[in-house]
Design a protein around this ligand. Sequence first.
Ligand SMILES: [Zn+2]
Length: 469
Amino acid sequence: MYSIAKKTAIFKKTAALLSLAFLLFCEGAEAGGRYVFLFIGDGMGTAQRNAAEVYLGEARRMSGDDTPRKSQLVMNSLGQEGTVSTNSLSGVTDSAAAGTALAAGRKTVNGAVGMDPKTGEKFASIARAARDMGMKVGIVSTVFLQDATPAAFYGHAAKRTDHYGLGLQLTDSGFEYFGGGGFIRPAGRDKNRRDLYEAASSKGYEVIKGVEGASSGKVMAVHPKLSGGTMPWAIDGAGGPSLADFTDLGVRLLEGESGFFMMIEGGKIDLACHANDAAAAVHEVIELDKAVARAVEFMRRRPDDTLIIVTSDHETGGMIFDAKGASGADLYRTIAGRRGSYAAFERKISPKSGAKIDQYLEMARLHFGNTVTGTPSVQKAFRLSMTARARRESMEPDYKKLYGPYDPFTMACVKESDASGGIAWTTYYHTGKDVPISAAGAGTDFSGELDNTELFEKIKTFMEGSSIR
Ligand SMILES: [Zn+2]
């Protein structure tokens, strides 16, 4: 017979063991991991999203589909809606400081990636935190992977233009997946460094073109038609895998017990908006949205463990939608009437003495639509385009303000085309406007007014939930 005291001791021991077993059981039951999709539409403000929303709505109506839908863009239907303030320590942010704020929750100066160049402090990104928790990591973009936004998730550089150094950091990151764009200047600025793709291979990355045939392990899957490490414009219809396809590949490679963090950037929205090309921008927003749709499909399978965030690093161009009260149908006609990006047209224009505008206007109408006419501003731009670059500023003192770094005739045509769809722009650069954020995820809240440094902790808390919930 045990004494009462002994019985109590045994009972206590048993209870302790049972509760330990219960805890272990719970841990085991929750070992499914967590899955984070962070979509960044570079330069994607509210007007850019609204223009894509209206364009898609009109496109559906034109095709005879009148069924009411709350929203056309998947990113507009996630449920949580808020805004994000974006200023950097330099004022209006660039992609490097904004990427750093989103990735690491820290403000820095423009041009710096993942660090404070004054103190030399390097910031740990959310992708690194995910890796430290044993999760897998994927970084996907439509632009080259050493560009500021993707680099902010794996690298540190005082100057974002240190593309070669950032490329080496990519190969050293250990992240399981890189997709979409590739390396810009893989052999360095002077083309005398070790090829970055080779460096990636030596670090265990399987480098493939397209999205087929990747084994598990570490994979770098690049679009087969890269230019400067960047994917082709969606509006130019070059074909090949889409951003959504690269997102799918990420899911295939990374899904498993340990969970994953994936950052997917629509990097060319920014490039289109820098050039004030609304049609190219809308097509890139739709590209990004198709990738978001794949994440939503994933979430149906793992509703309690998936977080989807769609936001932006800053607005570009100061896009004004419906500037002159043009209708949605006008916007649809303008965008549907476009045959390619500003960049595709610009490549055809070079100074030529004695060139006649009529022939060029015909070319412009084929590319930009019939709304392009020979207004005085188009004629003036044409004369500048046919003049050697060095002489243009003496002909037009406001040259840079009017045309930025672009071909004048192309810009004049783009602006006329955009205006016919009710779109105007205020700048060729970034603005300080807040950007929208949308999210879906059990137990998360990304609504209301946020600062770009606040995402880091929120995402981290969600990721930590995999073991403490
Ligand atoms: Zn940016």
